[in-house]
Design a binder for this molecule. Structure first.
Ligand code: ZN
Length: 685
């Protein structure tokens, strides 16, 4: 009851605000459900864009929303029908909305919205409703049936018979992406990239034949990435996602908006990028897609940029078929100045690094990374999203033409703001003076650490002649991430950064040193289940760096103190840093050693370092951290509500301004998207 009243109130409020056209004020969201929290992000700097740029963002944002249903259908063949059913009930249910079962129904619908389907967006397991089948059957009867059905004469009984097993039976489509070794990964996964009855063996055979017949084996297209593989009359074939093909109804709309975007492009180069993308959508030709990627990666001069296509393949158990996603963004010029400053001083950093001169680069090229402001998120980037993107994915295109690396500044900012005041730091930071350092410099030094890591760290150093780049094998990415982190940590404390105007004070780095070790020694364990080891490469690298300095700093601090210590206060464990300058020297020594390991390809030393310091978890400390974290009741996953763009037109229909507003609530946004951007039939078999 309470929930409904708020929704009604907000509807009225938003409508009024839109009419008055003063909807530019930004407010944060704190909506929570299940293990999720919805945030808003601010499109800082949008008002300063030119009218032409605003139009471009507007058209690209429309294009970014038109593919929504494609992703839903890719994630599972019943998703669109289930969403239709649930939304119909949500908007027309005549029964009591104050019951616990109704609340459970609303939570379930929001989870389905968040995951773009019925499986968890991260774990990919089907979530079980916390209301009964009887409740839903009764809810169907007490709702407007014409809103729930999709075929003429469909009865409520037929509707329930078709969808209820998918919703309620845990054995039906239990996992979206199954990766259990030894099972038929396609037949046991619920994703919709492979049609009924296609087996893993059949799919693998189909694509290995295709690969073997490739005309240019040095430059292969990304086979299979833009189609569903189906079996028809016993024959395996692809149904390509393109105009006139599968999902053509939505793709036509995407193309419609891309054509408008093309006409207001910022440069000829950008125009050519959009033109090529339209061509790819029309033909589904993967060679054209590679050509598009090459044009896109070379287009770095414009303020506005975007992606809008089938991109990442995490949703396919075979890792070939790409989910549809889109983002439109523009350069954060101020923050990009920061990365430019680092890139243009790359040689200085290389020459002064604490590694052996034999492992340094004579001539280093800073990677040009930029910081962007996200203007809209669509498809697989919505509402759960990445904060950094590095594309394209084609290996040969990356090797020959490079890649674009971006950090999405306004999303990071929104995450940071949400993290403040959630009690996390109050629980885990040792004392008020350290907390003050983090309050003053924490967010900024986090960003700077990321910049140093991306722009300089990864690009620094060299392999000795004859050393195989893959010699560290399974430890390669952990060592590489550790190397970039250490480079960043070491230089964060360098006076050079103050001199370049990149750090506000000579003490600022301490905030990052503290939060880094707090994370590596303790708080990152909240993502590990009890009894498990650390597996993910970034988590392993933070762990090995933190534990190495803990061990190697014993008795080496000022006055014989430990440089870093784990201390107990009122029965709780805290990280205590006793000597910051000495800690910097330890980071420098470890950087020198890690660079040696990399440059010489010393597999044994890499294994020893990672296995000794990076993998194992102290079970007592782990239990303590989990308990303290649980008491804070923080949602482990977060997603974003998009801003809303409205074109203001004159009497001739010409756009004279584009306004951005933020007042929409998550359910309002979802219902609006379903109303305005549903271009696909509910059944796409
Ligand atoms: Zn990295």
């Amino acid at each position: 009851m309470f929930l409904k009243r708020i929704i009604l109130f907000m509807t009225v409020f938003t409508a009024a605000a839109a009419h008055k056209a003063v909807a530019e004020t930004f407010s944060y969201s704190d909506e929570r459900f299940a293990d999720l929290q919805m945030l808003r992000y601010q499109v800082t700097g949008f008002e300063q864009l030119t009218l032409r740029q605003k139009k471009l963002i507007y058209y690209l944002s429309e294009a970014a929303l038109c593919g929504r249903d494609i992703l839903w259908d890719q994630n599972g063949r019943y998703n669109l029908r289930i969403r239709h059913l649930l939304e119909g009930i949500y908007t027309s249910y005549r029964g009591d909305r104050s019951t616990a079962e109704w609340q459970a129904f609303v939570t379930y619908l929001k989870r389905v919205w968040f995951s773009n389907g019925i499986h968890h967006h991260y774990g990919s397991d089907k979530f079980q409703p916390e209301f009964s089948e009887q409740f839903l059957r009764e809810a169907v009867r007490q709702s407007d049936l014409s809103l729930l059905t999709w075929a003429d004469g469909q009865t409520s009984d037929a509707l329930c018979a078709e969808l209820f097993p998918v919703i309620f039976n845990p054995a039906v489509m239990p996992k979206r992406v199954n990766q259990a070794d030894g099972e038929d990964l396609i037949l046991t996964s619920a994703e919709n990239y492979y049609g009924e009855g296609v087996s893993q063996a059949e799919a693998e055979e189909f694509y290995s034949k295709m690969k073997n017949a490739a005309p240019d084996p040095q430059r292969p297209v990304m086979f299979g990435m833009n189609s569903r593989l189906v079996k028809e009359q016993g024959k395996i074939r692809e149904r390509v996602w393109r105009c006139g093909g599968l999902y053509g109804q939505a793709i036509d709309r995407i193309v419609f908006w891309l054509q408008k975007a093309r006409d207001v492009a910022e440069s000829d180069k950008q125009q050519a990028v959009i033109e090529k993308l339209i061509d790819v959508y029309r033909t589904g030709d993967l060679k054209a897609f590679d050509e598009y990627s090459i044009l896109w990666v070379a287009n770095t001069g414009d303020d506005i940029d975007f992606t809008n296509y089938f991109t990442e393949s995490y949703g396919d158990p075979l890792g070939m078929k790409a989910s549809w996603e889109a983002i439109a963004n523009f350069k954060d010029k101020k923050a990009t100045e920061r990365t430019n400053k680092l890139s243009s001083n790359a040689q200085w950093f290389e020459d002064h690094s604490p590694v052996d001169a034999r492992f340094r680069k004579d001539r280093v090229k800073g990677i040009s990374a930029k910081v962007i402001v996200a203007a809209i998120l669509g498809g697989d980037l919505y509402p759960s999203t990445a904060i950094g993107i590095n594309l394209p994915n084609s290996n040969w295109v990356r090797a020959e033409h490079g890649s674009k690396s971006v950090t999405i500044g306004n999303l990071t900012d929104a995450y940071n703001k949400a993290a403040h005041g959630n009690g996390f730091q109050a629980e885990f930071v040792i004392d008020a003076s350290t907390q003050k350092l983090i309050d003053d410099y924490g967010d900024y030094c986090d960003d700077l650490h990321t910049d140093l890591h991306e722009c300089l760290g990864h690009g620094s150093g060299k392999l000795l002649p004859g050393v195989d780049a893959d010699s560290l094998k399974a430890y390669g990415s952990t060592i590489e991430e550790g190397r970039a982190d250490l480079f960043a940590l070491y230089y964060l404390a360098d006076p050079k950064l103050v001199e370049l105007g990149l750090t506000p004070s000579a003490d600022a780095y301490k905030s990052q040193f503290y939060t880094y070790l707090m994370n590596g020694l303790m708080t990152q364990l909240v993502r590990i289940e009890p009894g498990k080891d650390i597996e993910e490469a970034h988590m392993r690298n933070r762990s090995f760096i933190s534990h190495w300095v803990l061990e190697n700093g014993r008795g080496k601090g000022a006055g014989g103190s430990d440089v870093v210590a784990l201390v107990k206060r009122d029965g709780k464990t805290f990280v205590q840093i006793n000597d910051y300058p000495a800690l910097r020297n330890l980071f420098g020594s470890l950087l020198a050693e890690v660079q040696r390991i990399k440059s010489e390809g010393d597999f044994d030393a890499a294994r020893r370092l990672v296995e000794t310091f990076g993998v194992k978890v102290d079970s007592t400390l782990h239990r303590e951290v989990l308990e303290r974290y649980k008491a804070l009741n923080i949602a482990p996953y977060k997603g974003f509500i998009n801003p809303r763009y409205e074109a203001v037109t004159d009497s001739d229909g010409e756009i004279t301004d584009v306004r951005v507003s933020y007042g929409e609530h998550y359910d309002q946004q979802m219902l609006r998207y379903s109303r305005d951007y549903s271009f696909l039939p509910l059944v796409n078999d």
